[in-house]
Design a protein around this ligand. Structure first.
Ligand code: ADP
Ligand code: MG
Length: 464
């Protein structure tokens, strides 16, 4: 694969990034960092818009991610700077005692030019760790703890590959390492081993809280879970009812095939309400059907006939009205047909996840058949994102159609939608042809120039 081409985003070399970030940190803050921590982004093979409904997701951690160099302070202040060119406005400061819950809480001093104010993700992460430390002694945060932080990322920001979770999870590890009894007892890389899967699950939930309660994004925990609990060479099969994970080897699938992510260059902002709008539609359907989460409407091993049965129950209950009551008391009613489409997306996406879990666990299936079966479900997932969830957009559709036309076994939009990235499965020998055709098709259609990332299932957040 020709990763020298400017169109390819490289994950970089961790040791090199560590040393240049350390040098820049010393220049910025006048002293060295206590360490550098990394957390990966993620690509999701299937399971979009279903984590918060208890569905199964099949994500993998990437080699691309976010690096945080940090040193502790004793004045309860966070001084932080991001080197991400589109967001860098010099050092920003946050007084951690002023961080309170709620999307409107003023936890950042950055001007409102940037959607969401990125410092909320970091301030929110420390706030959530403090709350967790009240329950788990070894994660108790020192009262006066603060930190200097310098941040850089090899992910596209707002590109649907979860730069937000990578930011939260890398900052989380830095905070745990510097501020808690567990971190002090396990310096450097020892912390990676000390963080059991159970503790990582608790930290992932805290990072999710930061994003939901501080930023106001309706994320369901998928991104944070894979960033903290992924495994090299594996896909996670994440049951979002209880966040239990199984790790399924990707060796067969990736024997002759490769995953490529295509960043459309069209940033999406989960904070701006469209994602929440789709979620509200599906929650209105959920209310109508009288369940606490949509996954409860399907049996353990669901199939398409189970989806049809739920949809006819929906039709019966919805009657002839054009709207359904909002899931939020007092908010405007939701369009009935739209709610039904969101419901159908969620249910079929859940069925696809269960089928994929089956294919990837089936040791009898040969590599070629696995790739074909997985690919078909990816493309079906895209159609559902486009027609039922209605979160796709022209560039993503061009990319998926072109890839499939050029012989990709399957391709789809991943992430929340309204911008972001597509994931392609390609025979290793076809990668250059397919990505070349995708780039040309985007140019012809007048879309932004896409950037490509080779997706290698990688290890989770760690000290560098
Ligand atoms: P995604 O997670 O798919 O990349 P989101 O909209 O969820 O997209 O998150 C993007 C937001 O996360 C950015 O607007 C910014 O606030 C924050 N963010 C992500 N990466 C960085 C970074 N390297 N530096 C500063 N902020 C970041
Ligand atoms: Mg995100």
């Amino acid at each position: 694969m020709d990763t020298d081409d400017a169109a390819w985003l490289s994950p970089g070399d961790a040791a090199e990034i560590r040393s240049s970030l350390t040098a820049q940190f010393a220049e910025e803050f006048g002293h060295g960092p206590a360490g550098v921590w990394f957390a990966p982004g993620r690509a999701n093979l299937n399971g979009e818009h279903v984590d918060f409904h208890g569905g199964r997701c099949l994500p993998m951690a990437l080699a691309h991610g976010t690096y945080v160099a940090a040193a502790p302070r004793t004045d309860g202040m966070l001084y932080m700077r991001t080197l991400e060119p589109s967001l860098d406005a010099g050092v920003q400061q946050v007084c951690i005692s002023e961080v309170t819950s709620g999307p409107d809480a003023d936890v950042h001093t950055i001007t409102d030019e940037q959607p969401c104010g990125w410092t909320k993700y970091v301030g929110g992460t420390l706030w959530a760790l403090r709350a967790l430390g009240e329950e788990i002694d070894e994660l108790a945060v020192d009262e006066s703890f603060g930190a200097d932080l310098l941040i850089t990322s090899t992910l596209p920001v707002g590109g649907g590959l979860s730069s937000s979770a990578a930011l939260e999870c890398s900052a989380m590890l830095a905070f745990v390492a510097m501020a808690t009894p567990l971190g002090r007892a396990n310096p450097g890389a020892a912390l990676d081993a000390a963080l059991t899967d159970e503790l990582r699950a608790r930290l992932a939930a805290a990072c999710m809280r930061a994003e939901v309660e501080m930023v106001g994004a309706g994320t369901g925990g998928l991104d944070q879970t894979v960033s903290l609990r992924g495994r090299a060479g594996h896909l996670l099969s994440l049951d979002c009812r209880d966040f239990t994970v199984e790790r399924l080897p990707a060796t067969g699938l990736l024997a002759d095939h490769r995953f490529v992510a295509v960043d459309t260059g069209q940033a999406h902002w989960l904070g701006d309400g469209q994602f929440d709008d789709r979620r509200a539609d599906s929650e209105a359907a959920m209310r109508l059907l009288g369940v606490e989460r949509l996954r409860n409407l399907l049996p353990e091993r669901p199939g398409t006939s189970d989806v049809a049965a739920v949809l006819s129950r929906f039709d019966e209950r919805a009657g002839d009205g054009e709207t359904l009551p909002s899931p939020v008391d007092g908010a405007p009613a939701r369009d009935r047909a739209a709610c039904r489409r969101r419901l159908r997306h969620a249910l079929t996406e859940m069925v696809r996840s269960e089928e994929l879990h089956g294919f990837l666990s089936d040791e009898e299936l040969d590599a070629e058949s696995t790739a074909m079966l997985v690919g078909n479900l990816m493309t079906a997932g895209h159609a559902s994102m486009r027609d039922e969830a209605e979160v796709s957009f022209p560039a993503a559709n061009t990319i998926v159609e072109t890839a499939v036309e050029k012989g990709s076994p399957g391709a789809r939009l991943i992430g929340g939608g309204f911008g972001g990235s597509a994931l392609l499965l390609c025979r290793a020998d076809d990668v250059a042809t397919i990505t070349g055709a995708v780039a040309s098709a985007c140019e012809e259609a007048g879309h932004q120039t896409p950037r490509f990332l080779e997706i290698t299932p990688s290890d989770p957040a760690r000290a560098v």
